[in-house]
Write a protein that binds this ligand. Structure first.
Ligand SMILES: [Zn+2]
Length: 220
């Protein structure tokens, strides 16, 4: 068992057995661009996708929601579950940025149709824009899907002043996004949330955003 697989399974196990209600995995490198086709965009293993499958196999959870607020589209995660009715993937991201995927008309296929939700946001997208996307698109989809576990691809390159992104989400904004995801988990998933770090390339800003996110998770 690799070190990578130990933390993923430990976080999912702790949350699924009720030892803790939520967990944050401060990991590097990120994972959401990686797929079974290989490494991509700094990512070697798709941590959130592996965590979802692990939770389904080990803890027999029927439905997993993955929420990805990284500045970049989680193309590896989309690829992993594109025709899968057991995983709802929701992503906000910049359409014009790497990796050039994440179009709104990519909604999944087969039994997974409607369970891949891409919400591309414009340059400079702020708290209001991203929260609006979560309220208008994620909440109704989650209400229909009724997840047993919620995973977050917690990328903070969507924060203001990031070196790779041009969104302007604040630390207070990330707290609001966290609260919204926690409310979904409280309704359907026994408050089970596993958050896994993705991007974030302004180290000081990343630390502040993570602090805001984790403080909010701890408020449960
Ligand atoms: Zn990113």
């Amino acid at each position: 068992m690799s070190i990578g697989s130990i933390w993923r399974s430990a976080a999912v196990d702790a949350v699924c057995t009720g030892e803790v209600s939520n967990a944050f995995c401060a990991v590097r490198p990120p994972g959401h661009h990686a797929s079974d086709r290989g490494e991509h965009g700094f990512c070697f293993y798709n941590n959130v996708a592996i965590a979802a499958r692990y939770a389904q196999k080990k803890h027999r959870l029927a439905r997993v929601l993955i929420v990805d607020w990284d500045y970049h589209h989680g193309n590896g995660t989309e690829w992993a579950f594109y025709d899968d009715p057991t995983v709802l993937f929701f992503s906000t991201h910049a359409l014009y940025a790497f990796p050039g995927t994440g179009f709104a008309d990519k909604i999944g296929k087969g039994k997974g149709k409607g369970l891949n939700i891409n919400v591309p946001l414009p340059r400079g997208a702020d708290d209001k824009k991203i929260l609006g996307a979560f309220k208008e698109r994620l909440v109704p989809a989650a209400n229909r899907f009724r997840p047993n576990l919620v995973l977050i691809s917690a990328g903070f390159d969507s924060r203001k002043d990031d070196l790779l992104g041009d969104f302007t989400v604040t630390d207070a904004g990330f707290a609001e996004l966290t609260k919204l995801v926690m409310s979904i988990a409280a309704t359907y998933s026994r408050s089970r949330v596993v958050s896994i770090l993705e991007g974030g390339y302004n180290t000081e800003g990343l630390a502040l955003a993570v602090e805001s996110h984790v403080k909010t998770l701890l408020s449960n």
